[in-house]
Design a protein around this ligand. Structure first.
Ligand code: AMP
Ligand code: GLY
Length: 420
């Protein structure tokens, strides 16, 4: 099978690593990829958020399957343009991608699918938002409606801060008749991410993982894209993934299918495990980063076979999911100044030594090779150190042993990933 993977982050390097292991793979391109994916396939240039450019690339490469990594091309309709031209695609079309692109749309679908989630009100005006905030009470949860690269949600106990964020969301909204902001009930409890591979109707749920969103230890500091992740979750119910598929992903796929937009791709279900049971915090329409780096490492099933079967609308033909008993921990190394103002250009050394720790490999995210042939930081989250172990404690020990060999000036990482 000839495969084209779109994206350039840590998630895509992890996807590429899993796809490259497949016995079904004949030829592999990654657009635009990163120095990590270059070792697994051929990196090709493309502005992947531009549907016309992706179509042109597909017409020159003739892939049998296109796997779309990030949300931006999905929300822009890259999957639709490719499907209309006859290509097989893993990734939802523009309408289904609104599950991530619009919080208000996601809430409507959840209501129709009778999925347990936080009570919420979608607001067009500041008066509506103020009313809703008073009704729900503190802590306040205020969500910008559109894609906001992880910066659209404010959770605060301060009423004025909540109102100010709602006002900023309303100001940023071009159309005054569309809800600009969603106010919702606060959900208490630990969070888990469950990745559901969907073929439009059937669902295969991968093992649950936990992400660390705050920049610093003890969940302090600003929100980030995610500073580390681990799987399995010893504190979560054993049937969490299976129940998420049955009680959340399948009903959501059915509601969407009835509206004429089959969900073919990855439904990321972000859950809060509250005292009243699991509640959906958010949907994304692509694999999570950095959870993917941990979750895919635990799969003993051919990922490419699963993605291709889903893209065919026929997950029933896919091999049975097999999950390793091993634990995986990944720790993100972030550039100086991340997340506010990441510093690019620092030289990275020590990856060879780090990779020699048993069970460890390095996933590239924001890296680049400069003209002098040196590996340098090229983004906020620079790389992930991923470690397998017989249990979380061994995996954690290996990840932290390895990361100490890596040098990048003023870089930082959390020291409490998978620490209980
Ligand atoms: P979202 O972009 O919707 O995933 O929200 C980002 C983060 O904000 C989540 O991972 C949670 O940590 C937090 N959050 C979102 N919604 C709620 C809620 N209803 N109650 C508590 N925390 C929330
Ligand atoms: N790790 C959170 C996300 O991918 O949205």
């Amino acid at each position: 099978m000839k495969v084209l993977l779109l994206g350039s982050g840590g998630r895509e390097h992890a996807l590429a690593r899993a796809i490259a292991k497949s016995t079904l793979l004949d030829k592999f391109w990654i657009a635009p990829g990163n120095p990590g994916t270059a070792a697994l396939g051929e990196n090709v240039k493309c502005a992947i958020d531009e549907p016309a450019q992706v179509l042109e690339l597909a017409r020159s490469l003739h892939p049998d399957l296109v796997v779309i990594g990030p949300e931006a091309p999905l929300v822009k309709g890259v999957a639709d343009v490719l499907r209309e031209a006859g290509y097989k695609v893993f990734g939802p079309g523009r309408l289904a991608a609104r599950l991530e692109g619009s919080k208000a749309f996601a809430k409507t679908i959840m209501r129709q699918a009778r999925v347990a989630t936080a009570a919420s009100v979608a607001c067009c005006t500041l008066d509506e938002a103020r009313d809703a905030l008073q009704r729900f009470g503190a802590p306040y949860v205020v969500k910008q409606d559109g894609l906001a690269a992880g910066k659209g949600v404010v959770v605060t106990s301060d009423f004025d801060t909540a109102v100010a964020h709602a006002a900023a969301c309303i100001e940023a909204m071009a159309n005054p008749h569309e809800p600009a902001v969603v106010i919702e009930e606060f959900l208490d409890g630990p969070e888990a991410s469950v990745f559901c591979i969907c073929d439009g109707h059937d669902v295969v749920a991968l093992p649950a993982a936990q992400d660390y969103k705050r920049a610093y230890d003890h969940n302090e500091g600003p929100n980030t894209g995610g500073m580390g992740a681990y799987s399995p979750l010893p504190w979560a119910p054993e049937d969490l993934a299976r129940r998420t598929a049955q009680e959340i992903a399948v009903p959501v796929c059915n509601v969407l299918a009835n509206q004429g937009c089959d969900f073919i791709g990855l439904l990321y279900v972000g859950l809060a495990l509250t005292s009243r049971g699991p509640r959906v915090v958010e949907f994304n329409v692509r694999f999570g980063d950095p959870e993917t780096q941990s979750v895919l490492e635990r799969l003993d099933t051919d990922l490419l076979a699963l993605l291709a079967a889903a893209a065919d609308g026929n997950l029933a033909a896919a091999p049975q999911l097999k999950v390793s008993d091993e634990a995986v921990v990944n720790v993100v190394l972030a550039a100086s100044g991340y997340p506010q103002a990441p510093v690019k250009g620092g030289v990275i050394t020590g990856l060879d030594v780090a990779s020699q720790v048993p069970g460890v490999h390095i996933i590239h995210a924001g890296t680049k090779v400069n003209d002098a042939g040196q590996l340098i930081a090229n983004g906020g989250r620079v790389l992930s150190v991923v470690a397998r172990g017989s249990d979380l404690s061994e995996a954690r020990q290996r990840a932290y042993q390895a990361i100490q060999s890596i040098a990048l000036e003023n870089s930082h990482y959390r020291t409490d990933i998978a620490k209980f």
